[in-house]
Write a protein that binds this ligand. Sequence first.
Ligand SMILES: [Fe+2]
Ligand SMILES: [Fe+2]
Length: 195
Amino acid sequence: MATKKRSSANESGWSSGSAGVLVGAAVAGAAIGLAANVGRKLFVQFTSGATGNWSDALATEHKMTLAVFDKIQATNDSQTMMRSHLLAKLKYALTKHALQEENVIYPALREAGERVDADHLTADHGYVKTYLYELEAMAKDDPSWLPRVAEFRTMIERHMREEEDDVFPRFRAWLSEEKDKELTALMNKEGFKFA
Ligand SMILES: [Fe+2]
Ligand SMILES: [Fe+2]
């Protein structure tokens, strides 16, 4: 991809307009004691919709994902309920994240001729699903459960670094400002479908 100079994209009107509504809804949900997962979903939607550019939003989701890993890795073998709960949270966040990348960002990469990157990042997502599948099936008090989580984290952190430090900045530098905004809107729309 040829590098083209561009200014950083501003937050689209669409995402800034929806952020206030979502904060209000999330607060209202908490106030009247709606199911915790409704608040969680709104929170996830709000954070990804409010951070502006698609790559910033994805980087924020990466950080949130690693924070869930921190909590999981702080559990001990007797906290089986907590592990199941946190694993469900991790799965939700990663499924939404993967939809946004696989349905919008990776196809746009292929469109830009970056098929090799898009294909191997997609393959990584397959292993993310495999780790989630295995951790769900394993007994949560199995002494090998946490070591498996650590292995998963190593793999996913490498994937995140590659996206954040290499593929996404290169792609953004190449994208026109208009296309960059278009991708942000498309990706946010994809994320909302999962709410
Ligand atoms: Fe990814
Ligand atoms: Fe990602």
